[in-house]
Design a binder for this molecule. Sequence first.
Ligand code: 3PG
Length: 216
Amino acid sequence: MSVTNTWQTQPQEVFALGPIVPVLVIEHIEDAVPIAKALIAGGINVLEVTLRTENALDVIREIATHIPSAMVGAGTVTNISLYHQAVDAGAKFVISPGLTKDLLVAAKESTVPLIPGIATISELMTGIDAGYDHFKFFPAEAIGGTKAIKSIAGPFPDITFCPTGGINVDNMGNYLSLNNVACIGGSWLVPSDAVANKDWQRITDITKAAVAAANS
Ligand code: 3PG
């Protein structure tokens, strides 16, 4: 199913680039490309840069400019203004922790796809009403985790999720084994002390271990 014919990339293509989506909180612009390269060297194909830091939009711009092949998107996009700014910065997809009707409607006019977040069935139904069928499930561990996602497959068998929130190398396999989960997201691949020490190799090592575990 296609939400709109204006999107150049479809959410299912973004999800298919997983199964691990690093959720990135990058403070310094000069760290952007080294972090992205370290993750890509570890086997990551898709990057979510959250708009939680002052420089986040420039971080997206930096990665999109210097690594044009990278599938870099914006996370923590909570309103239409941020959506447009993320697209202007070069984001190839947009993820929101939740959804508003305004965001669901405005995203359909964009060339860049929206992956809205849901935490309740009613939010899911609002998203489905607007034509969406790929969602972030957040904050996954706090709202029922795999049990909740498994239960949702009953009434909503055609919906696909990317759960995030409390997911790491130890529990990601439980999520990835579910038929309605295409990928998972998490921040654990990029520890803040590794960034502070510019220990890019450690990020690659953590990533390689996670990718190997996801494929095992
Ligand atoms: C997100 O926005 O997806 C979460 O902040 C990621 O959660 P985590 O830090 O528990 O991985």
